[in-house]
Design a protein around this ligand. Structure first.
Ligand SMILES: C[S@@+](CC[C@H](N)C(=O)[O-])C[C@H]1O[C@@H](n2cnc3c(N)ncnc32)[C@H](O)[C@@H]1O
Length: 296
């Protein structure tokens, strides 16, 4: 997530006017909000065309499902693990409200009280120079795990890539589509299109933390990636390897349910990646952000 945990900004004064207004809370309200995004039990591929240009090689409706069975991955298949806790957490109102507003403040609060600031404004903007270094390393069809509001997916589509975002938060999927990308409202641990056929898989903005079990996520990413394909991971700047219980909060009283998250520095990633069948071929830093390029 952000470079260093920090204490919250002031509470009430920072509260956004939309929070607590039209947004109902609770499971029924959440189900209502999810409604338009789901075409079936596992969600639907949503495609936008507003900004698509280049070769126009989008995801054909049947195309992803014609992929051959994925190669076995060391450590066994991990599909459908961790799904339930992951899906009920980031969908918390503070995150949804921040995505709707296009801005924070928003934090992951650890149990010990520290706050990890979330860069909602950056996620809701277009790709910046650091993102460009990731985009430049993408080849072939690209899967963005935890795509959020979809700045990378939309940019990749604009560059002519087949690109799909996957995210458990309907508002994130909706924003991705509105930005001109394709996205699926589903957990990375659920069955996904083109399994074993993605040339590049992304875990950016700290998403190696998804599910709080990086080893399982790395094995899942290996299942999804084509032989010889790439996994581009943004790691923490610090030399950390932690699994933490967190919840999303807005610094003004709005908070979601607790869930597990992980933070990994480059060294910890190397060790876990190797065990999952990945080899690091490159790493780089730019604008205070740290990335690793893994291949399998
Ligand atoms: C740190 S934010 C990433 C923001 C995003 N990369 C962007 O460009 O805006 C983590 C994202 O992962 C999503 N997420 C959490 N658990 C997930 C899961 N199991 N599968 C897919 N996405 C998940 C959350 O909904 C959230 O949008």
């Amino acid at each position: 997530m952000g470079p260093r945990p920090r204490r919250p900004r002031p509470g009430p004064a920072a509260r956004r006017p939309d929070v607590g207004g039209p947004h109902r809370r609770g499971p029924a309200a959440a189900a209502d909000r999810r409604g338009p995004h789901r075409a079936g039990p596992a969600g639907a591929v949503r495609r936008g065309h507003a900004r698509r240009r280049g070769t126009g090689r989008g995801l054909g409706p049947a195309d992803p499902l014609r992929r051959p069975a994925p190669r076995p991955v060391r450590g066994g298949r991990v599909t459908a693990q961790l799904t339930a806790p992951a899906t009920r957490t980031w969908q918390a109102d503070p995150y949804v409200d921040a995505l709707r507003a296009g801005q924070g403040p928003l934090f992951l609060r650890r149990r010990d009280g520290w706050l990890l600031p979330l860069d909602v404004e950056r996620w809701c903007a277009g790709p910046d120079a650091a993102d460009d270094t990731v985009l430049a390393r993408c080849t072939g069809p690209v899967l963005d795990i935890g795509c959020g509001p979809g700045r990378l997916v939309a940019a990749l589509a604009g560059l002519g890539h087949t690109a799909l975002g996957v995210d458990v938060t309907p508002e994130a999927v909706d924003r991705t589509v509105r930005a001109g990308g394709s996205a699926l409202c589903r957990s990375v641990f659920d069955p996904l299109p083109r399994e074993g056929g993605w040339a590049t898989v992304l875990l950016v903005d700290g998403n190696i933390g998804i599910g709080g079990d990086p080893a399982a996520l790395l094995r899942r990413a290996a299942e999804l990636t084509a032989p010889g394909g790439s996994l581009l991971v943004e790691v923490a700047a610090a030399d950390v390897d932690e699994r933490v219980e967190v919840h999303v909060e807005d610094g003004a009283g709005g908070r979601g349910a607790a869930f597990w998250w992980a933070r990994l520095g480059a060294r910890a990633l190397d060790a876990k990646a190797e065990a999952a069948g990945w080899t690091r071929c490159d790493s780089w830093q730019t604008a205070g952000r740290h990335f690793s390029h893994l291949t399998r």
